[in-house]
Write a protein of this length. Structure first.
Ligand code: FES
Length: 167
């Protein structure tokens, strides 16, 4: 969705201040010469402020941790929970690992794709739809995560109810 030059990708002065204030609480827990070890909490902090990890934010984090911006980008793109592209308001992660797959996850994913008009991996203003690995709710498969909330033992009816609450 958002390109690097998109104005929504820029951190406002207030967002930069909040990032620095948050880092001032995090960094004292790490040795002065090992600030790079704070990369995960720093990226979580940035995402909690901005909603995603825009290039300018990654550059700021890299500066504050004294690493290259490429290093910050490497870490940000390794973990599925970080968004390096602006996501929709709701990120729908559909687990298609074994337990969920055996209980109809692919069929539910196809149903969501059709209802939202999105393919897995695509975003609209409101939704980002993704196929994901195990969400650790195998006993209540199939499972879907909406932002940070789990929804379990899903079927079409439950999906319809959930989507009607989100739209
Ligand atoms: S396989 Fe889907 S939650 Fe574990």
């Amino acid at each position: 969705m958002a390109e690097p030059n998109d104005s929504s990708a820029a951190l406002t002065p207030d967002e930069q201040r909040r990032l620095d204030e948050g880092l001032a609480l995090v960094l004292p827990h790490y040795p002065e010469d090992r600030k790079s070890a704070a990369m995960l909490p720093a990226l979580r902090l940035l995402q909690s402020i901005k909603g995603w990890l825009p290039p300018q934010g990654l550059e700021l984090v890299a500066q504050r941790l004294a690493v290259s911006k490429e290093r910050a980008h490497e870490v940000a793109t390794f973990y599925a929970m970080f968004h390096t592209k602006k996501p929709g308001k709701y990120v729908l992660d559909v687990c298609t690992n074994l337990s969920c797959s055996l209980r109809g996850a692919e069929e539910l994913l196809a149903y969501l794709e059709q209802k939202l008009g999105l393919k897995a991996g695509q975003s609209s203003e409101l939704f980002t739809l993704r196929e994901t690995e195990c969400l650790a709710s195998c006993g209540t498969a199939p499972c879907l995560q909406v932002n940070e909330d789990h929804h379990e033992s899903l079927n079409r009816k439950k999906l319809d109810e959930l989507l009607s609450k989100l739209t």
